[in-house]
Ligand binder design. Structure first.
Ligand SMILES: [Zn+2]
Length: 322
């Protein structure tokens, strides 16, 4: 907790407090300043971006790969993080299952675009009917997004592993296919996450942010064989479209950011990967920007729309990693 500056103390003590509080000294720990170079390298290399897996060409001579994913969090965060979950917050998430999901699936299917759905298993426990909605076109992929959107960075190794294992088993059973993609809830790795992802045999991860292009994850300086399909908060609807958040961005301004990101990916011939959430983007005033984005991208020639699994399989094969 931040110390509060006392009002009635001696002049000397007041001055000391003012200096401390106003300068910020002693409030932000900076243990890194005491590390030697080997220690810095060791820390940075625990999980690091390895070689780029950008292929020489995308399938069918496409200029850019476009991959759209949906994190179907719904009400799991509200349930996971509160002793007495807020009924209002749960209902806001439930909108994702009742309305948002159908809207985003209908949009993808109407445009015949494959997408990836990262689903906390508990979202499916509460609304198992989402499986049929997503599976109807035969184009979409299910990926793991935790058991109940748990904060993996705050769990011990055994608990984190058990929850991911349980999520894999549940999704496999519910969808009939074992998922090959992992996306960490809240997009972060604990010190144990990479070992868990490797141990469970995932093809790819999509939680980290070191590039615009696919790359191979390294662990302690060694290649892991895991494909990383990087995300970015810039290309996410959650923090920026929260009307009660301090980073709120109007949807149509956000559309321009997405278009600029796509245009640069197209120019550079790389990858455009967008993440949104059915309980957010699925609202009427939001789904419009996703539709306009897709319409815009479809005016361009030579775009390869693929789900994350298809991209991971392709770049891994092109890089000779099989
Ligand atoms: Zn999530």
């Amino acid at each position: 907790m931040k110390p509060t500056c006392p009002i009635r103390v001696t002049l000397l003590l007041s001055l000391a407090w003012i200096l401390t509080c106003s300068s910020g000294l002693a409030q932000t720990p900076q243990p890194g300043i005491h590390l030697d170079l080997d220690e810095i390298r060791t820390i940075a290399n625990r999980v690091r971006a390895g070689r780029s897996l950008q292929p020489a060409t995308w399938p069918h001579g496409a200029r850019v790969a476009v991959s759209i994913s949906f994190d179907v969090d719904n009400d799991t965060i509200a349930i996971a993080r509160n002793e007495v979950p807020s009924i209002g917050a749960m209902s806001q998430g439930e909108y994702g299952a009742r309305v948002g999901l159908r809207r985003v699936v209908e949009l993808m299917d109407r445009h015949e675009i494959p997408a990836s759905f990262f689903i906390p298993a508990v979202s499916l426990v509460l609304r198992p009917d989402m499986v049929d909605v997503i599976q109807a076109s035969g184009r979409h992929e299910f990926g793991v997004h935790g058991w109940i959107h748990e904060l993996n960075t705050e769990l011990d190794a055994e608990t984190e592993r058990e929850l991911v294992t349980r999520a894999v088993a549940y999704l496999s059973e519910a969808t009939g296919t074992r998922p090959v993609g992992y996306r960490a809830p809240s997009w972060n790795f604990s010190p144990n996450t990479l070992n868990i992802v490797k141990g469970l045999g995932f093809l790819y991860d999509s939680s980290l942010m070191a590039d615009d292009r696919p790359y191979e994850l390294m662990q302690n300086g060694e290649p892991t064989g895991i494909v990383e399909l990087p995300v970015e908060w810039i290309l996410d609807d959650a923090p920026l479209m929260n009307p009660r958040g301090d980073r709120y961005t109007p949807p149509r301004e956000l559309l321009q950011v997405y278009i600029d990101e796509f245009d640069k990916a197209y120019e550079e011939g790389t990858m455009f990967l967008l993440t949104t959430h059915p309980h957010i983007i699925g609202h009427r005033s939001r789904i419009i920007i996703l539709e306009e984005l897709i319409d815009y991208i479809q005016t361009k020639e030579n775009v390869w729309f693929a789900n994350h699994q298809q991209i991971a399989e392709y770049v891994k094969e092109q890089a000779g990693m099989e």
